[in-house]
Ligand binder design. Structure first.
Ligand code: PSU
Ligand code: MN
Length: 322
């Protein structure tokens, strides 16, 4: 086999040579997190939001064994279409795996295709030296509700603990998780969780979770200063910036809690566990909320991409005219 390579798209390459800040975007949310065709529309809207903020998006995935930073419009379409063919496989279509950091060697070694989760995306962006070291997503993985028995704890948490100096912009953790346990696990790992215009951990597709945060910022400049201080102190691990879903698209926390309970019961009944648990629960919550959670998920992903672009600009010392 050829030496594994990490390749940039021409747009990312060009942005870097012009000194433009780049924002890494994950691809699991496209291939496994959202349904077709909303996933394609959302992926495009996230890239557009990063550009509107003045940065260049770098959606990350593994294509035929090659780690890619930045996808062409056709490649983005192919990843999104993978969600459409999951239930009805199309002859000749390449299978798209869900790769966390653990899976990268096996996928690359076999020359396969995979969408990357937060842990894999974070690792690739850091390894490739994308500057200024910012990524955006919807909700982090974390401690699952029965982790005491199943040991199902997302590798996102351990990767956040080692992704020195990176910034991850998100809307908290997916609400299907045990949120208090996930916050504790992040504290144990020394990962700061900073509220963006909130003093409460956002509840992913709901604005609130009932869990207080100790740290808060109210502008992109303030967020940038936190990340730069983290780096200047030589502290290990990433900083997590959490932004609530835009108000107009937020889900009522009570409705969400009921939908999650139903989804968990159904997952039990069907014996679903491991890597497919998160996509299953997200889909079941979508169905139970009549698509409201899909609208909220899309909205928060685009808002987080935009905020990541703004903080990336502030970190690079470039001020927009906002
Ligand atoms: N955020 C979303 N939808 C998603 C995910 C995040 O809005 O589907 C993905 C991310 O890629 C995250 C992953 O890293 O789910 C966590 O999966 P697991 O619980 O299997 O580690
Ligand atoms: Mn898991």
């Amino acid at each position: 086999m050829h030496a594994p390579s990490i390749a940039r798209s021409s747009r990312v390459d060009e942005a870097e040579s012009r000194g433009m800040p780049v924002v890494a975007l994950e691809s699991t949310v496209i291939a496994q997190g959202l349904p077709w065709p909303e996933n394609l529309e959302t992926a495009r809207a996230m890239e557009a939001a990063v550009r509107e903020a003045g940065a260049e998006p770098s959606t990350i995935a593994v294509l035929d064994g090659e780690v890619r930073l930045g996808l062409t419009p056709d490649e983005l379409l192919e990843i999104a279409a993978a969600a459409a063919t999951r239930s009805a496989p199309v002859a000749g279509a390449r299978p798209w795996a869900k790769a966390n950091r653990r899976d990268l060697s096996a996928i690359v070694g076999a020359g396969g295709c995979a969408a990357t989760t937060v842990s894999a995306t974070l690792w690739i962006a850091r390894r490739a030296g994308l500057l200024p070291g910012v990524m955006a997503t919807g909700g982090l993985g974390g401690v699952h509700r029965e982790a005491g028995a199943t040991f199902d704890i997302s590798t996102d948490l351990d990767e956040l603990a080692r992704a020195d100096g990176m910034l991850v912009v998100c809307s908290g953790m997916k609400s299907i998780l045990d949120l208090p346990a996930t916050l504790e696990a992040l504290e144990t790992r020394g990962v700061p969780v900073v509220g963006y215009r909130t003093s409460e951990l956002p509840g992913f597709v709901a604005r609130t979770s009932g869990l207080a945060l100790e740290h808060r910022v109210d502008s992109a400049d303030e967020a940038a200063r936190v990340v730069l201080a983290h780096r200047a102190l030589g502290l290990p691990g990433a900083v997590v910036l959490v932004q609530p879903v835009p108000e107009a698209d937020a889900i009522d926390p009570g409705l969400l809690a009921r939908a999650i309970d139903g989804a968990l019961t159904e997952a039990h009944r069907r014996g679903i566990s491991g890597k497919m648990l998160t996509p299953f629960l997200l889909g079941a919550v979508r169905d139970a909320t009549g698509g409201l959670s899909l609208r909220a998920n899309r909205s928060l992903l685009v808002a987080n991409a935009r905020l990541a672009g703004e903080v990336a600009l502030a970190m690079a010392g470039v001020r927009g005219d906002r």
